[in-house]
Design a protein around this ligand. Structure first.
Ligand SMILES: CC(C)(COP(=O)(O)OP(=O)(O)OC[C@H]1O[C@@H](n2cnc3c(N)ncnc32)[C@H](O)[C@@H]1OP(=O)(O)O)[C@@H](O)C(=O)NCCC(=O)NCCS
Length: 136
């Protein structure tokens, strides 16, 4: 079976992957412009991808790489932000996971894809050393 590929559409109409995070963008997460800080969004995506990776590997995981991050639209205070994660590939100790973040606008309720990126996680043993992914 071939590995799934991230959506190639520049503006998909619905998220791909499993819903892993759902939260509300708060005033404390804003940047100097009053929009939501990119670092906050990135951390939500990283957490979301780690949830999928951890459940897949049945172990702790650590992020080793983030590739192909694209920030497409701003997120505003009050938007409902959801992260969706799609498992792309498993290596020996690593897993590549595509994560998309979508915002449901507080004003109008429109759903827009705001970011996407590819996260690589490594399965860890109890001592923090990489270990082979334990597929179920
Ligand atoms: C995770 C960690 C223990 C792995 O150490 P290691 O076992 O010596 O690392 P390796 O070089 O053998 O790489 C492990 C796997 O990650 C992959 N990998 C490592 N760097 C990578 C990168 N930049 N991009 C993609 N994959 C990468 C390797 O290809 C390998 O995959 P495979 O086993 O499926 O073939 C170590 O890199 C670490 O502690 N990193 C810090 C993690 C961390 O703190 N993350 C949070 C950052 S804020």
């Amino acid at each position: 079976m071939s590995d799934p590929t991230p959506s190639s559409s520049p503006s998909p109409t619905s998220p791909q992957g499993e819903l892993v995070i759902r939260t509300i963008a708060m005033p404390a997460d804003t940047n100097a412009n009053g929009d939501i800080f990119g670092g906050w969004l990135l951390s939500q995506m990283d957490l979301g991808g780690a949830i999928l990776a951890r459940n897949f590997a049945h172990s702790r995981v650590a992020t080793v790489a983030i590739d192909a991050m694209a920030f497409l639209c701003p997120v505003y205070v009050g938007d409902i932000v959801s992260c969706h994660a799609l498992h792309l590939k498993t290596g020996r100790t690593s897993m590549r996971i595509e994560v998309e973040a979508w915002a449901q606008r507080q004003k109008g309720g429109e759903h827009v894809r705001v970011t996407h990126g590819t996260f690589t996680y490594v399965a860890l043993d109890d001592h923090g050393h990489s270990q082979p992914v334990q597929r179920s």
